[in-house]
Design a protein around this ligand. Structure first.
Ligand code: WTA
Length: 648
């Protein structure tokens, strides 16, 4: 019942006293950031150590003929040196990374001094296998400190990393390697999650049967499991590391030199390589990490994401380390060995700031309060969420049970494309409303438009756009600048279209309502319906497929597939299981369909366009509300679809 949720929670007294940014400071700084961005950014860019400080602030054009986004363009810096070297004089013995293994008995603490050595060694190992400035290096890694070393080592020598989440299949790896013509892969023998091993090297081997251009594979030993080894191509990291020395000066990089590529799903076609560059991204990662979490050096901060996603890039590695933070890296899953694992880790490492995803909160809430209350959690001061809309019930459980009402929750809205948080509370400045991402970050100007692109004023809902650039904005789709324009700037000329719908309430607070395009958000993972459809139709028995999302209690959205089989093939539970397996193989376990419905025909307009609106209603179990079906070529197909709906 909506009435059970607090509608507005004021900033707790201890927070308004201690926070770097209180309500007045937020208002003042926000106003300055949008009215006089030059002055604002000239001050903020000082948080980064530049080899050559920039004199230029921004040069941005979002037009079709001249689409470019430049920030701090004449500055020179190195991202790795900002995350490591510069902290040494004062913080050499401070902990940079706390690693918590899948097995609760495994952990490690790495100081900034040790990180400096590890990263330089790794960087020289990369050079030893032939990696040069500008090369793309693919990472397919478990959540071990070496994943962070590898990313920072790339940044140190000016190579561009492309991290692929460990839950993707060999085919997905191959596609991403080919798309950015990556010649180097860093992986591990196996990963470990929830007590199970993941065959990382075996997946890479399979991927490389397809993707031919890879010259060298560098492999970390994690489990010691038996793996294939291709002479001349494969190298054990520990062997190469023995042969290299530690001396490795950071490469001076221009602000607009690429830092990384990260593949993400869109509404059409294959995943796109989102490209982020060095200067703007680092300023944005550092600034947002400091303000959103009110971070001060020495505090223990845990972001539960995987480095395979953007949240891991910005809020496990680059943001926290740029700020000299102690960042926790967790190899496992929240429910292993028991449903109290997260709270056990909080107590074990005395976590002060915890940043996780709504899907994890919902999954843990199902086990009740007992696993939470078994642990003290008294170190916690601040909670955060990211990745999908959080329903007020889950928000309230997180606030009342996990945080015992004393910890504010920062519900941070952002995207792979935005580099860091764009709409988010600041814990010492913003009154909270459960389910609302609240107010814009400095320099961010959100707006609502209708389908025709007219601006909508006041308390209303619409499509969420951003009206001006910010330093952390992606710069292009790797290798396809035209697609960059088409995807983000063609729908509403002059505006960045987020793909999300949102509501602005009477206080000006922002409520993200979810994607308005054909992108699904399954357990916080982005998936294009087109990707799942193309995986399904690549099966020999499938003639046609249409995929839609439906509300799912834990995952946020589940995957519902309507499948038309080839003539003469009959739908059966066995075939359904085979198709699920097929999609897992094509894309990865994160794309496993929740429901497959065999359908003799799909609802199409007379011009042959599939009417997804109707399919969504059927998947959502909302038959009374199918809307106008008279424009369909064959309205009778709908009756069959309704009659044969699968339970979800
Ligand atoms: C959704 C993850 C509501 C949104 C950082 C966005 C959210 C997509 C929130 C990007 C939030 C992310 N509230 N929705 N706090 N955060 N989203 O690229 O639909 O993996 O467009 O980046 O996740 O997902 P991505």
């Amino acid at each position: 019942m909506a009435d059970d949720f607090p509608s507005r929670l004021p900033v707790p007294k201890d927070w308004s006293r201690r926070a770097k940014i209180g309500a007045d400071a937020y208002a003042m700084k926000y106003r300055q950031s949008v009215e006089d961005p030059e002055a604002f950014w000239r001050e903020e860019l000082k948080r980064i150590s530049w080899i050559k400080a920039p004199s230029q602030i921004s040069d941005v054009s979002w037009t079709k003929d001249d689409l470019h986004i430049h920030w701090f363009a004449d500055g020179v810096l190195n991202a790795c040196a900002n995350c490591v070297d510069r902290h040494l004089p004062e913080c050499k013995d401070d902990i940079a990374i706390i690693w918590e293994g899948d097995d609760p008995a495994d952990d490690a603490r790495i100081t900034y001094g040790q990180l400096y050595d590890e990263v330089r060694r790794f960087a020289n190992a990369l050079k030893a296998i032939g990696v040069k400035k500008g090369d793309r290096v693919t990472l397919y890694m478990p959540m071990v400190p070496e994943a962070a070393y590898a990313m920072l080592a790339c940044a140190r020598i000016g190579a561009v990393h492309s991290v692929i989440f460990g839950g993707f299949s060999p085919d997905s790896i191959a596609g991403r390697i080919e798309d950015c013509q990556s010649e180097f892969v860093i992986t591990a023998d196996e990963g470990v999650r929830g007590g199970k091993t993941i065959p990382l090297k075996a997946n890479v081997d399979k991927a490389l049967e397809k993707a031919k251009g890879v010259k060298a594979v560098l492999m970390i030993r994690r489990t010691g499991g038996k793996v294939g080894f291709t002479e001349g191509r494969d190298h054990w990291y520990h062997d190469v590391a023995k042969r290299v020395d530690l001396d490795c000066p950071p490469e001076p990089m221009e602000a607009e030199d690429p830092l990384f590529i990260l593949y993400t799903s869109g509404s059409t076609g294959k995943p796109k390589g989102v490209l982020h560059t060095t200067g703007g991204y680092m300023v944005w990662a550092s600034m947002t990490h400091e303000y959103v979490f009110d971070y001060r050096p020495g505090e223990i901060y845990w972001c539960t994401a995987d480095v395979g996603w953007v949240t891991g890039h910005t809020y496990i590695v680059y943001g926290p380390l740029a700020n000299g933070a102690t960042t926790v890296m967790f190899e496992g899953v929240p429910t292993y060995p028991g449903p109290d694992r997260m709270w056990a880790v909080v107590d074990k490492h005395q976590i002060e700031i915890l940043y996780t995803a709504p899907t994890a909160i919902r999954a843990l809430e199902r086990f009740g309060d007992e696993p939470v209350k078994k642990h003290s959690r008294k170190s916690l001061r601040l909670l955060g969420t990211v990745g999908e809309p959080i329903n007020p019930a889950a928000w309230t459980w997180y606030h009342e049970v996990v945080g015992e009402k004393r910890c504010p929750i920062v519900d941070t809205w952002w995207q792979t494309e935005t580099g860091g948080a764009l709409i988010t509370p600041l814990p010492g400045a913003t009154d909270l409303k459960p389910g609302s991402a609240t107010t814009p970050m400095f320099g961010v100007k959100p707006a609502l438009v209708d389908a025709e692109g007219n601006f909508l004023d006041g308390a209303t809902s619409g499509n969420l756009v951003i009206t001006g650039s910010w330093p952390g904005q992606m710069r292009t789709v790797y290798g396809d600048h035209q697609r960059f324009f088409e995807t983000y700037f063609a729908t509403y000329p002059g505006l960045y279209f987020t793909g999300d719908g949102a509501r602005r309430d009477e206080d000006g607070y922002w409520w993200i309502t979810g994607r308005v395009d054909d992108v699904l958000n399954v357990s916080g993972h982005r998936l294009g319906t087109a990707e799942v459809e193309s995986a399904l139709v690549s099966h020999k028995d499938v003639a046609e497929a249409a995929v839609v999302g439906f509300p799912h209690d834990v995952k946020g959205q589940g995957i519902y597939c309507f499948v038309t089989l080839n003539q003469g093939v009959d739908g059966s539970p066995e075939l359904s299981a085979e198709l699920r397996q097929h999609v897992r193989q094509e894309i990865g376990p994160i794309a496993t369909p929740d429901a497959i419905q065999f359908a003799p025909g799909l609802p199409k307009t007379r011009s042959g366009k599939i009417m997804r609106r109707i399919l969504r209603k059927i998947a959502e179990n909302e038959f009374d509300n199918l809307g106008d079906v008279t424009t369909l070529a064959d309205p009778a197909v709908v009756d069959d679809l309704v009659a044969n709906r699968k339970n979800t």
